[in-house]
Ligand binder design. Structure first.
Ligand SMILES: [Cu+2]
Length: 149
């Protein structure tokens, strides 16, 4: 028995990977991948739902009432526009003048330019009963109220 043999025997041999161990590891990897994919699906679904929710107020539903305001000679045609309370509605603002106007309302948190001879659509509601002032920001003397009843 030589010292060489003892030294060789003490060198750790690379342990062969048992098949069962490898299978378990692979199963674990698959589970991790599955969880990641599920998470991504949940996130994308959440993103879709979220964008749909955010986009919803911008889309007029069929059946939503529509009201029209007309600007002529730098004045609104009506001083008071009655709308139903607690319901979504669209407001069409027609500018019959050649100069631009800006439909604005601090009460309604809206601000939108209407170019000369142009038309805009403003999505509003549902409003709690009350009076909401609007004006032409390019000619603040022109004012009116939307009254939700
Ligand atoms: Cu403004």
């Amino acid at each position: 028995m030589s010292t060489m043999c003892v030294a060789a025997a003490s060198v750790p041999q690379p342990t062969a990977c048992p098949v069962r161990h490898c299978a378990r590891k692979r199963l674990l990897q698959l589970q991790v991948i599955r969880i990641i994919v599920q998470n991504m699906r949940k996130r994308s679904l959440l993103a879709i739902l979220l964008s749909a929710t955010l986009a919803a107020p911008m889309v007029a539903r069929a059946g939503d009432a529509n009201f029209t305001l007309t600007i002529k000679d730098r004045k609104f045609d009506v001083a008071e526009l009655d709308v139903p309370a607690n319901a979504k509605f669209t407001l069409t603002v027609k500018n019959l003048d050649k100069v631009p106007s800006e439909f604005e309302s601090s009460d309604l948190n809206r601000e939108k330019v209407v170019v000369g001879s142009g038309t805009i659509t403003v999505y509003l509601g549902p409003l709690t009963p009350g009076s909401y002032e609007f004006f032409d920001d390019f000619n603040p003397a022109a004012r009116g109220h939307i009254v939700a009843k």
